[in-house]
Design a protein around this ligand. Structure first.
Ligand code: GLN
Length: 201
C-alpha cells in the first residue's frame, strides 16, 4: 500500500494560507513549497492565486521552473486557482513578454479578461461534479478560458465560458475556492489524488 500522499502548497506569493486552511478543514496537512527540495517532498501541489507574472518570476528566482515543469510533465496531481490556472495553461494571452507557463492543461487563457467590466465579482455556480448544491465562487481579476482542448472536461461555466476544468491529474479554476468555507473543490482534488496514487479516501 502507498504511504499517505503528501500535499504541497506553492507558498511564494498569494493566497496559499487560505488553501492550507481549506485542506486542514478536510483533515489534510500540507507542506509549504518554496524550493526544489520542498517540491521533491510532495506528491501533489496546489498553485494558488496571486499574480501570474510575479509567481513566474519568483519560480525562476527560486529555481523551481525546471523541476516543477518536470513534475507536471510526469503527471503530478495539481490544483491551480486563478493565477495558478494561468501558470498551468498551454497558451496565455495578454501575458507579459517575460512571463512563461507550464502547458500542463490544454486550455488557452486571457489574463484579466473575465468579467472585464467589473474586476471582481461573486456568483453561485452549478458544478455538477461537486454535487447538487451551487458553489459560491469568488472571481478576482480572473482569467478567461477562451479555448479548451478535446480532452479537457469543463466542470463549470459562466455565460458559456469555462471556469473550472480538469484534464487527467490537473484541476484548475478561474475562481478562488479557498476563500469560502466550502471545501468541495479541495475534496475533489483529494479524490483526483486518490485515484492517481491508488489511495482510497
Ligand atoms: N490577474 C492575475 C494574473 O494575471 C490573477 C488574479 C488572481 O489570481 N486572483 O495573474
Amino acid at each position: 500500500m502507498n504511504p499517505t500522499p503528501r500535499v504541497g502548497v506553492l507558498a511564494l506569493q498569494g493566497a496559499f494560507g487560505a488553501h492550507q486552511r481549506s485542506l486542514a478543514a478536510l483533515g489534510v496537512p500540507s507542506l509549504e513549497v518554496r524550493t526544489p527540495g520542498d517540491l521533491g517532498n510532495v506528491d501533489a501541489l496546489v498553485i494558488p492565486g496571486g499574480e501570474s507574472t510575479t509567481l513566474w518570476h519568483l519560480l525562476g528566482v527560486n529555481g523551481l521552473v525546471e523541476p516543477l515543469g518536470e513534475r507536471l510533465a510526469a503527471g503530478m496531481p495539481t490544483l491551480g486557482t486563478c493565477a495558478g490556472l494561468i501558470l498551468l495553461a498551454s497558451d496565455v494571452r495578454d501575458g507579459r513578454s517575460d512571463q512563461g507557463w507550464f502547458s500542463a492543461i490544454d486550455i488557452s487563457v486571457r489574463r484579466n479578461a473575465f468579467g472585464r467590466q467589473i474586476d471582481s465579482f461573486e456568483c453561485d455556480l452549478a458544478v455538477p461534479a461537486l454535487g447538487p448544491e451551487d458553489f459560491h465562487a469568488v472571481f478576482i481579476r480572473a482569467p478567461l478560458v477562451e479555448h479548451v482542448g478535446p480532452n479537457v472536461e469543463v466542470l463549470a461555466a459562466v455565460d458559456g465560458g469555462p471556469v473550472a476544468v480538469r484534464e487527467g491529474p490537473v484541476l484548475a479554476t478561474a475562481f478562488h475556492p479557498e476563500l469560502t468555507g466550502d471545501t468541495r473543490v479541495h475534496r475533489l482534488f483529494m479524490d483526483v489524488l486518490a485515484t492517481r496514487t491508488g489511495q482510497v479516501g
